[in-house]
Ligand binder design. Structure first.
Ligand SMILES: [Zn+2]
Ligand SMILES: [Zn+2]
Ligand SMILES: [Zn+2]
Ligand SMILES: [Zn+2]
Ligand SMILES: [Zn+2]
Ligand SMILES: [Zn+2]
Length: 404
């Protein structure tokens, strides 16, 4: 990992992140930029697996998977990620500036530096700065005092940015050894003087020094819609994040409601249980009461009959004939009386154990549903493009209740 212990300021950490190759996770070495504008070390690009199609090699960007044809000369032919090299320079300067006591003048190499020249990209001591200011060939150089640079390390990248890029890019056309000093508007590319005279003779071209501000304006103008999209996307992202929170909260709310509903139902059920229990007790008690009266009357009848039976039997066993016959009429009358009086039919159980619970728990198996007021409807699906195996669709949906 490229992060080092002593570099703790946010500006330095941000720069370190920018200077870290996403493939090897180390500082970029010889960074190259792919057409998707992602940059990687040349050696990292060279180590990528190749995809061979129709006799040419392709690599896919490790960050975004964008597929790019590999130049015949290899990954080294991808354009240099010059901005990363510039950042690297700024980074090493910022690290130096973080410990200003250790900076030695890069001109006389004896005294401690007190300032920095953006044009020379050099730290200078007070004496050399003074000379710098009065010696006419370099008197226009932009000097910055070290105090100003060190007060806030996080914002020094702007102060340390090179004042101007030297024209060191040499034309890559074989046989041309001049720097790319011209820009051909017809071909939209940088060219050298030889190119201008030979292959771009009748084209519209101009010295970069004269036309750069115009090109810069065009680039900055084209950057506006990109920035606009970023703004819109940020809003969309925050709306999505907001919606995520809302959905989570609603989900929790619904769980709470389910819990409350079930709790309420349990209370109702407990009340119903109590009522049913009381009802069952009432029915049981009423039936038992009827039965106990029957039992009482049957017992009375039985003891009445027992008494008559005992009396007559004892009389027959123990009495003399005169004695028995003397009370025969009385015994006969009583026996006829009780036999007629007791109706056994009437004493059969009137109450049956014929009460059951009539259940009604069907509705408990489905106590509710989670419903969304109106479902999203897919309005139309347009097939926009079908190139090779990549097919893109545009999906438009109707969401009745949505801020998006
Ligand atoms: Zn790398
Ligand atoms: Zn990419
Ligand atoms: Zn000096
Ligand atoms: Zn200078
Ligand atoms: Zn041209
Ligand atoms: Zn050339």
């Amino acid at each position: 990992m490229a992060t080092e212990q002593f570099s703790s300021s946010p500006g330095l950490i941000k720069l370190e992140e920018q200077l870290t190759c996403p493939v090897c996770l180390d500082y970029y070495t010889n960074p190259k930029t792919l057409p998707c504008l992602h940059s990687f070390c040349q050696h990292c690009l060279e180590a990528l697996p190749l995809d061979k199609k129709n006799e040419s090699n392709y690599i896919s960007c490790p960050t975004c998977r964008y597929c790019t044809g590999l130049p015949e000369e290899g990954a080294g032919a991808f354009p240099l990620a010059f901005h990363l090299n510039n950042l690297k320079e700024i980074y090493s300067l910022m690290k130096k500036v973080a410990d200003p006591q250790q900076i030695i003048c890069e001109n006389c190499t004896t005294a401690n530096a007190t300032g920095y020249c953006k044009d020379c990209s050099k730290f200078l001591c007070q004496k050399c700065m003074d000379i710098h200011r009065i010696w006419s060939p370099i008197a226009h150089h932009q000097l910055t005092s070290l105090d100003k640079v060190t007060t806030s390390v996080s914002s020094t990248s702007q102060l340390l940015a090179p004042a101007k890029q030297e024209a060191t890019l040499i034309c890559s056309v074989p046989g041309h050894d001049d720097s790319l000093r011209y820009y051909c508007d017809t071909c939209d590319e940088s060219i050298c003087r030889d190119c201008a005279i030979l292959t771009h003779k009748d084209h519209k071209y101009n010295l970069i020094a004269n036309s750069f501000s115009k090109h810069k304006e065009v680039l900055e103008e084209s950057l506006k819609p990109v920035k606009g999209k970023i703004e819109v996307l940020k809003k969309v992202m925050s709306a999505l994040a907001e919606r995520e929170v809302e959905i989570r909260e609603r989900g929790e709310g619904v769980l709470e409601e389910i819990h409350e509903m079930v709790e309420e139902m349990m209370n109702i059920l407990r009340r119903s249980e109590k009522e049913l229990t009381e009802q069952a007790k009432r029915v049981t008690d009423a039936k038992l009461k009827v039965l106990s009266e029957q039992i009482k009357s049957a017992e009375m009848s039985l003891s009445l009959l027992d008494d008559v039976e005992n009396y007559v039997e004892q009389s027959l066993k123990t009495g003399s004939p005169q004695q028995v016959l003397r009370s025969k009429k009385q015994m006969m009358e009583r026996m006829n009386e009780v036999t007629a009086q007791i109706n056994v039919e009437e004493l059969c159980p009137k109450e049956k154990a014929d009460f059951v619970l009539s259940k009604n728990i069907g509705s408990l198996h489905h106590i509710g549903d989670i419903v969304t007021p109106a479902q999203c409807k897919v309005r139309k699906i347009d097939c926009i493009a079908s190139t090779g195996k990549a097919i893109s669709f545009s999906l438009s949906i109707e969401v009745p209740d949505s801020s998006l």
